[in-house]
Design a protein. Structure first.
Length: 317
């Protein structure tokens, strides 16, 4: 049992169970074979970075408990959680199947505005295209652009497929469905297979390490504090302080703006800093001009067997 003495700035406190050699830079519940109740949003995280609504939020003075009970008839272990001595409303089965999003309760298909040769199962995206040539791109684009409230997203490579032709980035809303993000104007992307950054061009620049099965790639925007996409966005407390200072960014390569200049007719001229991460560490960043309407989380895949698990709101729970 844990007593919350102080919630700190955001109250992101988690109580749960993990394997012995759990990664210390991940919250309990985020990685496979772990489960946790998170105080800040009252959600249960069961081996995934996307939680399901579970119980009440917890504040200073609350006591959160966690235990295991055994069903004597079938030997099934059940993890339970308590708040102030009372059991929270749901139980979590320990050791449930984790393949292909089976543990996901909610459908996330409505999160995606466009899907081309990509199948959605919960938070899992699977490439279902031919995978024979560069025109066989499978594209998934989120329904909403990044904004000051949701300014960062991640994917985990759960299956690299034949070639690991997986790209994570941002693109304008009307981006071509058969072009990898980063290849055409109004887009930027970090490509897993070669570690290159593509910014509105079919030729990439050396940028960071290659990514493989099990790696987590992230992409976000550092919005100016006074930024508003349509005048209606509420700027919350997720601002620049969350991210490393420029001096802490490794492998920070700036390309020429030749491709960007060609896009002038599609851009409103406002510049923002787009950054990419690999396994929680910033790989690098680039200044990008925002297309009218903003930049949408966009994922590309292009070889047979590729699967990624996506969390569009990892910082918000």
């Amino acid at each position: 049992q844990v007593t919350i003495i102080d919630t700190g700035v955001r109250g992101m406190i988690a109580v749960g169970l993990v394997p012995q050699f759990y990664k210390l830079d991940h919250q309990p519940g985020w990685l496979p074979h772990s489960v946790a109740f998170h105080a800040d949003d009252g959600k249960l995280y069961n081996g995934n970075t996307v939680g399901q609504q579970f119980g009440p939020k917890c504040c200073r003075g609350d006591k959160i408990g966690c235990g295991i009970s055994t069903d004597l008839e079938d030997g099934q272990l059940t993890v339970f959680f308590t708040k102030n001595g009372k059991e929270v409303n749901l139980n979590a089965e320990w050791g449930a199947e984790e393949d292909d999003g089976q543990m996901i309760v909610d459908s996330h298909e409505e999160d995606w505005g466009r899907l081309h040769d990509v199948k959605v199962t919960g938070t899992l995206l699977e490439y279902v295209g031919k995978g024979k040539s560069i025109v066989d791109v499978g594209l998934a684009q989120a329904r909403r652009p990044l904004n000051t409230r949701f300014h960062y997203y991640e994917l985990e490579i759960t299956d690299a497929g034949e070639k690991c032709y997986i790209a994570l980035g941002l693109a304008r809303r009307d981006y071509p469905k058969n072009r990898h993000p980063g290849w055409s104007r109004g887009s930027i992307a970090y490509h897993a297979d070669d570690g290159k950054l593509f910014q509105g061009s079919g030729v990439g620049d050396p940028f960071g390490p290659r990514c493989f099965e099990g790696d987590i790639m992230g992409c976000g925007i550092m919005f100016p504090r006074d930024y508003s996409l349509d005048g209606g966005d509420d700027v919350d407390d997720w601002d620049l302080e969350v991210f490393p200072k420029p001096s802490e960014v490794q492998n920070d390569l700036y390309a020429s703006n030749e491709d960007e200049e060609d896009e002038g007719e599609d851009l409103e001229g406002r510049k923002v800093m787009v950054f990419f991460t690999r396994n929680g560490k910033v790989v690098g960043r680039r200044e990008v001009a925002l297309p009218v309407g903003g930049l949408y989380p966009t994922i590309g895949m292009m070889s047979t067997g590729e699967k990624v698990r996506v969390d569009l709101h990892p910082l918000s729970g």
